[in-house]
Design a protein around this ligand. Structure first.
Ligand code: SF4
Ligand code: SF4
Ligand code: SF4
Length: 249
């Protein structure tokens, strides 16, 4: 068992706008590229050009079709990576102390030299956000690009996670969610930012901004209403359906 800090000085995290994400996967590719070439390198692939390709990705984008009672279906693109939870079960379950949460910024990391590849943390994470690198035999996950965000050798505009720097739709935002005056906190307040699967009690730092209704058709607004409402104990409607879909991943 590994201990979590009682609190962290900052809560650095991502705010992902489900309204403007177009599912282009540019964030997936830039994440793979940066992390393969730098910290934790490489993120291995198996049978990359064969019949059954697989590989290690720290950020994935899923797509779901939502069908209202009438009218056209709406496609939701859903990027998912580690949410850097405040009560991270992936840390407390780790038998070696390899998984840890940093006091200074709240980022959850894996010390690969202490990881024995037991997979307990991936089992404990309710979001499927950790990936065992099959070639290295160690667990890997989103680092929020710790090797970029504090890197004085990079131009200031590049000192953000690679996915944020790359997103052509401006759907990814990065900052201190522990500071109520930060731009990301204000964005969450303005747009009704949401936790993913709050019923798991993990207190994710990352937030999602719900999709806006696409027109004034009442049924379409209704089907998206659960996303815009305060988080319920038992998620219903679209959010409940999304929870069930994510559980199957
Ligand atoms: S999303 Fe999963 S891997 Fe990331 S901190 Fe939360 S429980 Fe751990
Ligand atoms: S796979 Fe590594 S990081 Fe995960 S619980 Fe086991 S030792 Fe800890
Ligand atoms: S790069 Fe931006 S728009 Fe493209 S899939 Fe990622 S979050 Fe969505």
């Amino acid at each position: 068992m590994t201990q979590l800090p009682n609190s962290t000085e900052r809560k650095m995290g991502l705010v992902i706008d489900l309204d403007t994400c177009v599912g282009c996967h540019a964030c997936v590719i830039s994440c793979k590229g940066w992390n393969t070439e730098n910290y934790g390198a490489p993120l291995s692939d198996q049978d990359a050009y064969g019949a059954n390709p697989s590989g290690t990705f720290l950020n994935r984008v899923h797509a779901y079709e939502v069908q209202p009672p009438e009218g056209a279906a709406q496609l939701i693109h859903f990027p998912k990576s580690c949410l850097h939870c405040e009560d991270a079960p992936c840390v407390t379950v780790c038998p070696t102390g390899a998984s840890y949460k940093r006091v200074e910024d709240g980022i959850v990391l894996v010390n690969e030299s202490d990881c024995i590849g037991c997979g307990l943390c991936a089992w404990a994470c309710p979001y499927g956000a950790r990936e065992l690198d099959a070639a290295a035999g160690v667990m890997k996950k989103c680092t929020q690009c710790v090797d970029r965000i504090y890197n004085d050798n990079l131009p200031e505009e590049d000192r953000v996670p690679a996915c944020v720097r790359t997103c052509p739709a401006g759907a990814r935002h990065f900052g201190d969610l522990g500071d109520p005056d930060s731009a990301v906190s204000q964005l969450v307040d303005e747009r009704g930012g949401m936790d993913l699967m709050p019923e798991m009690g993990t207190k994710p730092v990352n937030k999602y901004l719900p999709p806006r209704p696409k027109d004034t058709v009442e049924e379409q607004i209704d089907i998206l209403a659960p996303l815009l409402a305060p988080v319920a104990e038992e998620p219903k409607g679209f959010l409940g359906w999304l929870d069930k879909a994510l559980e199957k991943l």
